[in-house]
Write a protein that binds this ligand. Structure first.
Ligand SMILES: C[S@@+](CC[C@H](N)C(=O)[O-])C[C@H]1O[C@@H](n2cnc3c(N)ncnc32)[C@H](O)[C@@H]1O
Length: 287
């Protein structure tokens, strides 16, 4: 009897997902996960036989994903961010590629800085922004807050795994660092920014699986920005302190206007992502 090959399972699973209106690429990710294959090993292994036991496990996950929309990252409990694998679970937002662009833009902003930098990441979730900045910047002192104790637990595990030095603090946006007396160089946040009214239009993969706390905000999705901007006013600031937000693509002008109202004379720039959509707001000269 000829044994089933990996590429045959891939073909079958991809077709199944396509018919279910799901992304066929998920098949490769799940098969690699179950077989413990890296991207490099994958191509070489495609013609290898696969055991019946593994086929059953893979098919069960493919079916679950097709039927419920459960994100592949929840099945593998991991996601790559900025070239590193991070643990994720139902308590944290699955990190998005747009947020990698935010980290890159912050690195660019700090490129000329030679000394140590102080960073606070607000609503850290899985910790990807804080941990990546701690690892990518020279001599960074990094703080990260979240209101979710469960999210902070995952963030701490990720920091331990990557040996990143980050102080994680539980609390409301900037509250845990509000009494700091030394100014931050970077105040960064990818806060919840989706309006509740948009929930129905979201894909089930997002709406039913990312934590509500990570997705939705009042005031048409702007409430978190408003609260954070008010809190920034209470912090000691330097001229080149950067306030960096990830935003929903329609929110740039509203967030910019609010920053300029609270900090007249500030320099505020709306930045686009790789798809040409407004995705970040960077503000400096806040004092
Ligand atoms: C959009 S997620 C971003 C997660 C992570 N920074 C990322 O970019 O993948 C927003 C995060 O803000 C947290 N959050 C929501 N409300 C908060 C609040 N009032 N204070 C602190 N964190 C909050 C959520 O728990 C969630 O982890």
């Amino acid at each position: 009897m000829t044994q089933t090959k990996i590429h045959e399972v891939l073909h079958r699973a991809s077709l199944f997902l396509e018919k279910a209106n799901r992304e066929p690429k998920v098949a490769e990710i799940l098969i690699r996960h179950h077989l413990g294959l890296s991207r490099q090993e994958w191509l070489l292994a495609l013609r290898d036989p696969i055991s019946e036991e593994k086929q059953i496990q893979i098919e069960a996950d493919i079916k679950k994903h097709a039927e419920t929309g459960i994100p592949v990252q929840h099945l593998t409990e991991s996601e790559e961010f900025y070239g590193r694998i991070f643990q994720v679970n139902k308590h944290v937002l699955i990190p998005r590629p747009e947020t990698e662009e935010l980290v890159l833009a912050i690195k660019d902003y700090l490129a000329a800085q030679t000394g140590p930098v102080r960073v606070v990441d607000i609503g850290t979730g899985s910790g990807v922004i804080a941990i990546t900045l701690a690892l990518e910047l020279n001599h960074a002192e990094v703080f990260a807050t979240d209101i979710s104790a469960e999210a902070l637990q995952i963030a701490k595990q990720n920091a331990d795994q990557w040996e990143a030095d980050v102080s994680f603090l539980e609390g409301d946006f900037l509250s845990p660092v509000i009494h700091e007396t030394t100014p931050f160089d970077v105040i960064v946040s990818n806060p919840p920014y989706i309006a509740k009214s948009e929930a129905a239009a979201l894909s089930d993969t997002v709406r039913d699986f990312d934590p509500e706390l990570a997705l939705f905000a009042e005031e048409d999705g702007l409430a978190a920005y408003h609260m954070i901007i008010e809190q920034v006013k209470q912090l000691p600031l330097k001229k080149d302190t950067l306030l960096a937000f990830e935003i929903g693509h329609t929110q740039g002008e509203s967030v910019k206007k609010r920053i300029q109202q609270v900090f007249p004379g500030s320099h505020v720039e709306i930045k686009q992502d790789i798809n040409g959509k407004d995705r970040m707001v960077f503000a400096s000269h806040l004092n």
